[in-house]
Design a protein around this ligand. Structure first.
Ligand code: SF4
Length: 368
C-alpha cells in the first residue's frame, strides 16, 4: 500500500515537472531519491521529453583544448593541483592552440572550449597575459567561425570585461559544491563567495555562464538541492554534473569513485529544473562508453572531444580514450547513430541558440 502511494507521488511530481510547474524542495529531494528501476526509468523518460521540447533530438558537440595544465591552486580532488608532482605539466603555444582548434572545427564541433589551470598572472590582472588570452580568443573565432568558451578560473571584473569585449561567448567556472564548508575542504584556501560572484559578474557582462556540480565528494542530497537553488539564482546557461574520479597523487586518491547512477539522477533532475538549458554528457568520466546513458538521462551536449596526437589531456580522466582517437566527432557520431534517437545539430542551430540566449538574458541578468 505504502509502495503504491510512493509510486503515485513520484509519478505526480514527474507530471508536474513535465508541465514545467515549480517543484518544492521536498519534491526535488524525492526525485533525487529515485530508486533504480521503474522510478529512474520514468525520471529519465521525463527528462528526455523536456529536452525534446526545447532541443528536439539535436546534440551539440564541444571541442576541448586544455591548453595549460599549470595551476596555482590545490583542489583536493584535482589531478592538476599545484602539489601533484605526478601530473604532467604543459602549456600550449598560441600556434598550437589555433592548430588544434582548427582541427576540431574541421571535424565538426560546435564550440571550442579553451580550458586552463588558474594562473597567477591572469588572476592578478597581468595586462600582457590577459591580452594574450584575448588575442587567442579573437584568432580562434576568426579562424574557426565558432563560439568560444573560456575556463581560466576566477578572474577580476576588468579581465572578464576584456574577454567579453574580445568576443568570448561562454565563461565556465565550477563551484562543484554550494555548501561553503564542503567547498572549503575541497578547494582549500579559495574563496567560496568570490567564486560564486565571478559568475554573476560574467553574466552582467553578457557572457553566457556554465556552472558545475561534482558528485560523490561527501555532499548530501540537501547540498545538491542547494546547488539547484544557486544555479537558478545565477541564471546559468549551461550546467554540468560530473561524478568524482579518484586521481593519483592527490589527497583524495583513495576516496571511492562516485556512483554513476547518482550522477545520472542529478543530471535528469537538472533537466527537469532547467529544461531549456545546455546540459553536458562529459566524456571525461567514462569515455565514449558512458555517453549513451548520459544522453538517455537528458544531456544534450557532448563535451571533452579531444583530438589525438596533440599531447592534450582531459580533466577527470587525463588520458582516457584520447590517444586511441576515441574522443572524436566520428566516434561520437557512431554512438549517436547506434542509439538511433539522436542527430548532431547543424552549426547554425547552435549559433542561433547562443544568440537567442544572450538576447533573452540581457534584461534578466542585468538584475543580478
Ligand atoms: S580544479 Fe582547477 S583550480 Fe582546482 S587545482 Fe584543478 S585546475 Fe586548479
Amino acid at each position: 500500500m505504502k509502495i503504491d502511494r510512493n509510486k503515485k507521488k513520484h509519478i505526480g511530481i514527474l507530471h508536474k515537472a513535465l508541465q514545467e510547474q515549480r517543484l518544492s524542495r521536498q519534491e526535488i529531494l524525492l526525485l533525487l531519491k529515485s530508486r533504480p528501476g521503474l522510478e529512474t526509468d520514468l525520471l529519465f523518460k521525463t527528462a528526455r521529453q523536456l529536452r525534446e521540447k526545447y532541443f528536439d533530438n539535436k546534440i551539440f558537440l564541444y571541442g576541448f583544448v586544455y591548453n595549460s595544465t599549470h595551476c596555482r591552486n590545490n583542489c583536493r580532488f584535482c589531478y592538476y593541483r599545484k602539489d601533484n608532482t605526478l601530473s604532467k605539466r604543459y602549456s600550449k603555444s598560441k600556434t598550437q592552440i589555433l592548430d588544434i582548434s582548427c582541427k576540431l572545427a574541421e571535424s565538426g564541433v560546435h564550440l571550442i572550449d579553451l580550458t586552463m589551470g588558474e594562473s597567477v598572472s591572469l588572476t592578478k590582472n597581468n595586462v600582457e597575459k590577459v591580452f594574450e588570452l584575448c588575442n587567442i580568443i579573437v584568432d580562434i573565432k576568426k579562424q574557426t567561425h565558432l563560439p568560444v568558451m573560456v575556463s581560466p578560473g576566477v578572474l577580476s571584473e576588468w579581465a572578464l570585461r576584456q574577454i567579453a569585449d574580445f568576443g568570448a561567448d561562454f565563461y565556465a567556472c565550477y563551484q562543484e559544491t554550494h555548501n561553503p564548508d564542503l567547498f572549503s575542504r575541497l578547494r582549500k584556501d579559495q574563496s567560496f563567495s568570490q567564486r560564486l560572484a565571478v559568475k554573476q559578474k560574467a553574466a552582467r557582462l553578457n557572457l553566457l555562464t556554465e556552472e558545475g556540480i561534482l558528485c560523490g565528494v561527501g555532499e548530501t542530497l540537501e547540498d545538491v538541492a542547494d546547488s539547484f537553488d544557486a544555479i537558478k539564482k545565477l541564471c546559468i546557461d549551461q550546467v554540468r554534473v560530473m561524478g568524482f574520479v579518484p586521481q593519483t597523487g592527490t589527497p583524495m586518491e583513495n576516496h571511492p569513485m562516485a556512483d554513476v547512477k547518482m550522477e545520472l539522477v542529478i543530471l535528469a533532475v537538472l533537466r527537469l529544473l532547467f529544461p531549456d538549458r545546455l546540459i553536458p554528457a562529459s566524456l571525461d568520466v567514462e569515455g565514449v562508453g558512458g555517453l549513451e546513458k548520459r544522453l538517455d538521462a537528458g544531456a544534450n551536449v557532448v563535451t571533452s572531444i579531444v583530438p589525438a596526437g596533440n599531447g592534450l589531456a582531459g580533466v577527470a580522466q587525463n588520458s582516457l580514450d584520447i590517444e586511441d582517437s576515441r574522443r572524436t566527432v566520428a566516434q561520437v557520431e557512431k554512438i549517436l547513430l547506434s542509439c538511433g534517437d539522436y542527430e548532431i545539430a547543424r552549426p547554425e542551430i547552435y549559433k542561433t541558440w547562443i544568440k537567442q540566449r544572450k538576447k533573452e538574458n540581457l534584461k534578466e541578468k542585468i538584475k543580478l
